[in-house]
Write a protein that binds this ligand. Structure first.
Ligand code: NAD
Length: 506
């Protein structure tokens, strides 16, 4: 993380949201929000003070007293309204997102839309937060469960999906009856704040949703805070592991979705054109800055001959500013991110991989200051090379080779990460073997980026996740609620007394 800087007066400041008010932080630490295609400073974001974090949590704590008793219908209607407002403001949201994050406008709309789907799901909370009941578990005894909200919950989000990931979190947390403190990425907080404004306009009451900005210190304050019950984190493995350890040590529930190294397998019977399109889109789209980006393709058997066609396909992609029509690959989020990706490409060459296509230092007319790296392809990539062992988080596709499907599955299962994977084949038997034997949480069959819709939960596994329940979908209802199990017997005048019972039976 870059060091915060002092604010200049002329640039707009990003506000905190505390107790229903958008307020200016009193901090002395600020950081620029920068357009990665032009280096224009768009705004300045504060690193909130400890007192501001405390105030946000206190306001959420206070609001919980009434919000937890709010009817299901009242909660659901807020999210019905919010989904409408997001649709009405889609163009503005996408433009804001592209300006501060860099991805193309159509992809920015996709980012907002995948979050909108979760808002729609939150509107059906009445069907989701249902308990269970068993009648007559003993004579005249019923057992049933209540799924009750926990209290103040918090969310910490990464830069790469500044609309979708905050929308994974606060709608479901609030719909289940909790109050929330959100800590957006300090790199691109503006679209997140616009969504938060829309949520307030949709009727979220003061204190139910609060926002603090910042970095390590604010995150640590959230992990340690005695009044926060649960934390949902999405970001890198290093920070997520720290958050999980610190938050659970403080007695909180935590779910941490973390880094990845997503492999796909290409079998020679796959539909070649569809597969090459899928590989190029999933490796280079969003400049490779997706946790579900395909970063390693394992070519099996004759599919090894497809490398020239894949490189030719990658060369057709247009690298430019995200607002330019027809752009496929926008800039990386920061100069630091670009320098890191560039140095990993250098390491790949030094480690002996074959650089089939070099995307370093592309000429991008009109965007000479942008953080661009073009599509880059390495072949002959093996475990032990830095470009294989590290998450590059840039538009770099590593090609590995395997003799058989079994060998390819073994390679993927040997990698510590378990976020996403895919197979490309026309063979149902091969696809089923893959689905059964692969040890990765999200599996695509001829689908390169298998991020589940909100009827299901995001389900990364192994080193890509800590905590057992995923965000959104069915699993998150359990994450954001405490199951209370009631065992009840009612007497009427005709109930026979059997005297004192000193056994465990009901
Ligand atoms: P990051 O870990 O740097 O930042 C995530 C959050 O943690 C931010 O809000 C940031 O302010 C905070 N943070 C940063 N450094 C911190 C520190 N030292 N201590 C405490 N908090 C700190 O991640 P990023 O660069 O914003 O996002 C990219 C990463 O997120 C990639 O690794 C990507 O794979 C991962 N990601 C995972 C998923 C998933 O669902 N598995 C989804 C999106 C992104």
């Amino acid at each position: 993380m870059d060091a915060p800087v002092k604010p200049a007066t002329q640039v707009a400041t990003v506000k905190l949201l505390i107790g229903g008010e958008f307020v200016e932080s009193k901090t002395s630490e600020w950081r620029d929000v920068i357009n990665p295609a032009t280096q224009q400073v768009l705004a300045r974001v504060p690193f909130a003070t400890p007192a501001e974090v405390d105030a946000a949590v206190a306001s959420a704590q206070q609001a919980f007293k009434t919000w937890k008793k709010t009817s299901i219908g009242a909660r659901a209607r807020i999210f019905l309204k919010l989904q409408q407002l997001i649709r009405e403001n889609m163009g503005e949201l996408a433009a804001l997102l592209t300006a501060e994050q860099g991805k193309t406008l159509p992809d920015a709309e996709g980012d907002v839309f995948r979050g909108l789907e979760v808002v729609e799901h939150a509107a059906s909370i009445g069907n989701l937060q249902l308990g269970e009941l068993a009648n007559n578990v003993a004579g005249g005894v019923d057992t049933y469960t209540l799924l009750q909200p926990l209290g103040v919950c918090a969310g910490i989000t990464p830069f790469n999906f500044p609309a979708m990931i905050p929308l994974w979190m606060f709608p479901m947390a609030i719909a289940t009856g909790n109050t929330f403190v959100l800590k957006p990425s300090e790199q691109d907080p503006m679209v997140t704040m616009r969504l938060v404004e829309l949520a307030m306009e949709a009727g979220v009451p003061p204190g139910v949703l609060n926002v603090v900005h910042g970095g390590e210190q604010v995150v640590n304050a959230i992990c340690d805070h005695k009044d926060i019950k649960a934390i949902s984190f999405v970001g890198s493995t290093k920070v997520g592991t720290h958050v999980y350890n610190r938050a659970t040590l403080a007695g909180k529930r935590a779910q941490c979705m973390m880094g990845a190294k997503n492999h796909c397998i290409v079998l020679p019977d796959a539909n070649k054109e569809q597969t090459l399109n899928a590989l190029a889109g999933a490796s280079f789209g969003a400049a490779g800055q997706r946790c579900m980006a395909l970063s390693v393709a394992v070519l099996v058997g004759e599919a090894r001959n497809w490398i020239p066609d894949l490189v030719a396909k990658a060369k057709t992609l247009k690298v430019s500013g995200g607002t330019e029509k027809g752009t496929d690959v926008g800039p990386l989020v920061s100069c630091a991110a670009r320098d890191r990706v560039t140095s990993l490409i250098e390491r790949g060459v030094a480690d002996g991989a074959t650089l089939e296509l070099d995307g370093r230092n592309p000429h991008v007319p009109g965007y000479e200051q942008g953080n661009f790296v073009g599509p880059t392809v390495f072949s002959g990539v093996k475990p032990g090379m830095s470009i294989y062992d590290q998450e590059i988080f840039g538009p770099v596709l590593c090609l590995a080779e395997a003799e058989t499907l079994d060998d390819a599955i073994e390679l993927i299962n040997s990698n510590p990460n378990g976020n996403g994977t895919a197979i490309f084949t026309q063979s149902g038997a091969a696809a089923r073997k893959f689905q059964e034997e692969i040890d990765v949480g999200q599996v695509g069959i001829n689908v390169p980026i298998p991020v589940p819709v909100p009827l299901f939960s995001f389900s990364g596994s192994r080193a890509s996740k800590l905590g057992d329940l995923g965000p959104y979908g069915k699993q998150v209802i359990l994450f954001y609620t405490q199951t209370k199990t009631i065992t009840a017997r009612w007497f009427d005048d005709s109930t026979t007394s059997h005297g004192v019972n000193t056994t465990i039976s009901l």
